[in-house]
Design a protein around this ligand. Structure first.
Ligand SMILES: [Zn+2]
Length: 367
């Protein structure tokens, strides 16, 4: 063999190795879906809600002075910036934010349940799924938008990835086991995709003990997702956080606000990472939303479900290179539209996914 021939063989081997690690060719456009479980429009758009925080017992706020000092401000705009400064200063001005009642907008779920699994299946399949009536770790028969994207763009299994705090996402993300990669609960990252950074976070996540055993803390979910993104550059990611819902069920209002603040710090780290990588900079759409709202009163803000008014109220943000800035104010949206938004932001035709799925939001990824 000539030396030129050896170089060609060597180059071919290197391509095979990198192909095994990063899958098929990457599409030009990328999307990252991020969910914050059970965050009410009240806190998302208005920050700290004084009608809840005013009551130590029903808010469950421990250190009242700290929470009020951290989050109370004279105006609604300042209050939401105190909770999620990066989102409101750096992301919101670049895209659509839908569901602010003060601007005449409304974003709602279409399912009748008002809790997590029906919300996530609605997000992932583009419509309310009446067979999803519990939070059990069931594998449903519906193809998800994640599976469709992988099939349509001929992506590798490790190019359409989910990092979720809640372990039940293992069955929610696809109707067939293993179709798309999911790392949920206290999962480890398989070889050859593991790295020293991923292994370190994986080891630590098992030692940080959340009060609820079915979910790891969001700091680990976000840390693993960011590390995986830097290592393997997946074009489609779903990152699902859970701390906000856990603290709300525990009636710890100050901690709900703290968890939103932590999620905002993750958004900042994610955005800066995306800007540092040519594969993502100027090509990536973030879609940020929640699975359900919650009750509206000092006693029932902790709860959600069919019987709890407020559970259907959500919010939705689309930030990316093909979405015009600043037009979400008066729009209405449903949770079912998220799937079509993801598809359109990847340059795909949502009609090819499902005839029953909701259409995309006007304006989202329309440039
Ligand atoms: Zn939930």
């Amino acid at each position: 063999m000539t030396s030129a021939g050896r170089v060609l063989v060597l180059a071919g081997c290197l391509m095979l190795v990198s192909g095994a690690a990063s899958g098929a060719q990457s599409p030009a456009l990328k999307v990252i879906l991020i969910t914050l479980d059970g965050v009410r429009p009240a806190e998302f758009f208005g920050g700290m809600d004084s009608t809840i925080a005013a009551y130590p017992d029903s808010s469950g706020i421990g250190d009242s002075a700290r929470v009020w000092r951290s989050y109370w401000r004279p105006t609604r705009t300042e209050r939401r910036r105190a909770v999620m400064p990066f989102f409101w200063d750096s992301l919101a001005p670049r895209g659509l934010v839908v569901g602010d009642p003060d601007l005449g907008g409304r974003a709602t779920i279409s399912n009748t349940q008002g809790f997590s699994a029906p919300g996530y299946l609605e997000i992932l399949t583009g419509r309310a799924q009446p067979d999803v009536t519990s939070n059990d770790p069931v594998r449903y028969p519906h193809e998800t938008v994640l599976q469709f994207v992988r099939r349509r763009l001929r992506l590798g299994r490790m190019q359409v990835v989910t990092f979720a705090s809640w372990e039940n996402f293992r069955t929610y993300v696809s109707n067939r086991s293993g179709d798309v990669y999911v790392n949920a609960g206290f999962d480890t990252v398989p070889e050859p995709y593991n790295s020293p950074g991923l292994a370190r976070l994986t080891a630590l996540q098992g030692r940080a003990l959340p009060s609820w055993e079915g979910s790891r803390l969001d700091a680990f979910t976000g840390g693993l997702a960011l590390e995986f993104l830097q290592q393997h550059r997946p074009p489609v990611m779903f990152i699902s956080f859970n701390d906000t819902d856990d603290f709300a069920h525990q009636r710890k209002y100050g901690r709900v606000l703290d968890a939103m603040r932590s999620a905002d710090q993750f958004l900042r780290d994610l955005w800066r990472t995306l800007q540092s990588l040519p594969a993502y900079r100027g090509r990536t759409t973030l879609v940020i939303t929640t699975d359900h709202g919650r009750g509206l009163t000092p006693s029932n803000w902790t709860d959600h479900g069919r019987e709890t008014t407020g559970s259907a109220e959500i919010w939705l943000a689309v930030i990316g290179p093909t979405t015009p800035a600043g037009q979400g104010g008066g729009l209405n949206a449903t949770q079912s539209q998220v799937a079509a938004i993801l598809l359109r932001c990847l340059g795909l035709d949502p009609a090819d996914f499902s005839a029953e799925a909701a259409p995309p939001l006007p304006g989202a990824c329309s440039r």
